[in-house]
Design a binder for this molecule. Structure first.
Ligand code: UDX
Ligand code: UDX
Length: 440
């Protein structure tokens, strides 16, 4: 099948490369000529494990190409995906749909023959109707079916998530479009990935409901973690104790500094706004949003507490800047709020991240970037693990003792155990760990 992917950002690129790998003929289009030029030269603008190899292989086999020519790509395509960004609109938090709508307008005039236009971007309920309206207004003769097909890709594991999905959601009432969507996902379908075909509005809502539920699960365990600290319980044991109940499930119960990233923060806010507008507020999600926002800054207070109540004039070493490991994405990363709050209290910040420092430089001021964890810890009064990169899981404490001013570790991802760190003569503070951990 011939596929045009409009928008070659995170989702567009991963999806395009994976569809090509399934054997389809894919053209990834983007309006940013520098991005397309770089992609043509084999340069992948984002860090995603396995993506460079997948792109290289499929380009070599002639199944994947890159272009700024949307007209040519769309007119040759059987299926056109819209995978442009849907950021939060400045000021009110609604999903900014201007990119989606302008993509729809551009696509409209180039359609030839029966074409399925698929919204992959996360969009509020009813956006598919508007995309359909825009297309038929711009090109009344177009033979088109507009489908919703939300993505559930986690950064850092996106290729695996694409190729081994828990489910595929297709929103359409049109049998022809459904048939084409089944064809495009055929390799997965043969592997028995459940495919849910439903109406378009339901598909759009499934995406928001899924992300809001996961954000709620994380926020729930984060609040339980705070309670654990007060009562002398261990949140990891609590998570295990409840997670083994199949009705609850063990995933997304890691307490930490709050969720970040390109999806949960903006999608939860967008859902809240849509629901408020329709007079059916989702109060639980409203609370989740508020708790998560406060939590990021609250993590700075944890650091300050571990530094005897003040960080003024002290050097804090931040290990990990991205919102999660295996990505260079800094969007809504907890590190941003934590660093700003520590700087407000007079701390000097040194930071290291295996992949995120180039993107971090664009959004963080007055930070000294280090070459590795030990360089970062140089003269530090405390070391703070903000992102659980593998590189931080087996630190050499003897080396840290040599370079640090005082031996304090705040582990916001619970990748260490109190006992092992205490043995290394470090004061250790985790998240939701037993209060004995605070006795040092
Ligand atoms: C995606 C989805 O679009 C979003 O809805 C989802 O919730 C998260 O993932 P992402 O791929 O991360 O967004 O966005 P981004 O990396 O910003 O990529 C968007 C790309 O589309 C950019 O390369 C941009 O240049 C391109 N674009 C945007 C177009 O080609 N045409 C446009 O009209 C607008
Ligand atoms: C998410 C969804 O998982 C994916 O299905 C959707 O399509 C896009 O958004 P992503 O944002 O890439 O993916 O990462 P995810 O692994 O879900 O983590 C999001 C945030 O939650 C990160 O900041 C992570 O650190 C945090 N998190 C996750 C926790 O704090 N605890 C957990 O148990 C899980």
């Amino acid at each position: 099948m011939r596929v045009a992917m409009v928008g070659s950002g995170y989702v567009g690129l991963v999806s395009g490369a994976c569809f090509a790998d399934f054997g389809h003929n894919v053209v990834c289009v983007d309006k940013d000529p520098d991005k397309i030029e770089a992609l043509k030269n084999g340069k992948i603008p984002i860090y995603e494990p396995g993506l460079e190899k997948l792109v290289e292989e499929n380009v070599r086999l002639g199944r994947l190409s890159f272009s700024i020519d949307i007209v040519a790509a769309v007119s040759a395509a059987d299926v056109v995906f819209i995978a442009v960004g849907t950021p939060s609109r400045r000021g009110d938090g609604f999903a900014d749909l201007s990119y989606v709508y302008s993509a729809a307008r551009e696509i409209a005039c180039s359609l030839t023959g029966f074409t399925v236009v698929v919204t992959k971007s996360t969009v509020p309920v009813g956006t598919g109707d508007e995309v359909e309206r825009i297309i038929s207004e711009a090109n009344p003769a177009a033979n088109v079916s507009v489908v919703s097909n939300p993505e559930f890709l986690r950064e850092g594991a996106a290729i695996d998530d694409f190729k081994r999905p828990d489910r595929i959601v297709v929103g359409t009432n049109d049998k022809n479009a459904e048939h084409m969507m089944r064809e495009i996902y055929r390799p997965l379908y043969l592997n028995a990935a459940p495919i849910i075909v439903t109406n378009r509005r339901t598909a759009e809502l499934i995406k928001y409901a899924a992300n809001a539920f996961l954000a709620t699960k994380i926020t729930f365990i984060n609040e339980i973690a705070d309670l654990c600290e007060k009562v002398g319980a261990d949140v990891q044991e609590v998570a295990r104790g409840i997670g083994l109940d199949k009705r609850i499930g063990a995933k997304f119960l890691h307490a930490g500094p709050g969720y970040g990233g390109s999806c949960f923060p903006k999608d939860t806010i967008a859902l809240v706004k849509t629901a408020q507008d329709l007079g059916t507020p989702v109060r639980l999600v409203e609370t989740v949003v508020a708790i998560n926002e406060q939590r990021k800054r609250a993590m700075a207070r944890k650091v300050i507490g571990a530094c005897s109540g003040s960080v003024r004039g002290k050097t804090i070493a931040i290990l990990g800047l991205t919102f999660k490991p295996d990505t260079d994405d800094m969007r809504d990363a907890p590190a941003l709020s934590i660093i700003a709050a520590l700087q407000d209290e007079g701390a000097t910040i040194r930071a290291y991240d295996p992949e995120g420092m180039d993107t971090a430089r664009l959004v963080l001021a007055n930070v000294t970037y280090a070459n590795d964890a030990y360089d970062c810890a140089q003269n530090a009064d405390a070391i703070v693990i903000v992102t659980e990169w593998n590189a931080f899981r087996a630190l050499d404490f003897a080396r840290l003792r040599q370079v640090m001013k005082s031996w304090v570790m705040i582990d916001l991802r619970n990748i260490y155990k109190y006992a092992e760190v205490a043995k290394e003569q470090f004061q250790y503070v985790g998240v939701g760990t037993h209060r004995d951990t605070f006795k040092n």
